[in-house]
Design a protein around this ligand. Structure first.
Ligand SMILES: C[S@@+](CC[C@H](N)C(=O)[O-])C[C@H]1O[C@@H](n2cnc3c(N)ncnc32)[C@H](O)[C@@H]1O
Length: 273
């Protein structure tokens, strides 16, 4: 069976796998290291001053809710995701937090948006671009739907750098590559974004870079490893027993204080010509 990025096929996954994704995305979305990375580029975008915001690949609406609760925000946020299950979860979670009237969540493909030209002041793609088949198509669609002088924020992991420590470095390299292929489509896309932004008609304003590393004990990476027990077999990357055993080993290393897990993350803020 060929390995496929599970986050690219969320319109075709069964409900229990989608619930594992909801758990993972919500857990990651609450982690202070993740919220800090969001806030850095939202600050640079001055997103609270936007009247209309588009959140592409919104998943459960983590970014949309973060924007909605920013001081001074008085706009409206449209979230788009390819998965009806995830947009339903996003709607429910936004309502539960009192953001029903300022948010709407719809199903759609970011590579071919069913949205009018020049209709948004700001667009974010928060951990979407590494999952789509055609990243430039997404950026061209953003260029179409954002207003002239509108602002865009692209954030994602540089997943080619994702790595977990192992006693056996050669097996560790194999496992890293297996995991990367199961959870992303474009592990090196963040290295292409400056050029793709230019090609789509944007001018890069600022970028942020991070190494998110847990050394000794798992923390940020805990929810990822938990999700891998279910996602790696779904992706066709590992059998259930191999995925369980890999996750058990990671948590054992964490208990022993010898865990290592890391990935680089980047965000790019750009303006439409
Ligand atoms: C890693 S999740 C990120 C979700 C959310 N932005 C967050 O940070 O929690 C990637 C999301 O992109 C969605 N997705 C994948 N391909 C898509 C596409 N072509 N158009 C719209 N959404 C897509 C998936 O369904 C998934 O919710």
């Amino acid at each position: 069976m060929e390995t496929v990025d599970v986050y690219r096929i969320t319109d075709r996954l069964d409900d229990s796998t989608l619930e594992a994704l909801v758990t993972r995305l919500e857990s990651r979305g609450k982690h202070p290291r993740f919220t800090k990375m969001m806030d850095d580029y939202f600050d640079a975008m001055k997103i609270e001053s936007a009247a209309t915001v588009l959140d592409l690949g919104c998943g459960t609406g983590v970014a949309a809710r973060r924007i909605a609760r920013r001081t001074g925000f008085a706009g409206h946020i449209t979230g788009i995701d390819v998965s009806p299950h995830l947009t339903a979860a996003a709607k429910h979670l936004a309502s539960a937090e009192g953001f029903e009237s300022v948010t709407e969540f719809r199903t759609g493909d970011s590579q071919a948006l069913n949205l009018p030209d020049a209709s948004f002041d700001a667009v974010v793609a928060h951990t979407l671009i590494s999952h789509v088949q055609h990243p430039l198509a997404v950026l061209r669609e953003i260029a179409r739907v954002v207003k002239p002088e509108g602002v865009v924020g692209i954030f994602d992991g540089d997943y080619a750098s994702l790595t977990f420590g192992s006693d056996d470095p050669l097996q560790g390299k194999i496992d890293d590559e297996t995991i990367i292929n199961a959870i992303v489509t474009n592990p090196r896309v963040m290295r292409q974004i400056p050029g793709l932004l230019r090609d789509a008609g944007f001018e890069l304003s600022v970028s942020f870079s991070y190494v998110v590393a847990d050394i000794g004990h798992a923390d940020f990476w805990t929810s990822a490893i938990q999700s891998f027990r279910r996602l790696l077999p779904k992706a066709g990357a590992m059998t259930e027993s191999v995925a369980q055993s890999w996750a058990d080993t990671m948590f054992k290393r964490s208990e022993q204080g010898v865990f290592f897990g890391a990935s680089n993350y980047y965000s790019f803020v750009a303006r439409r010509h």
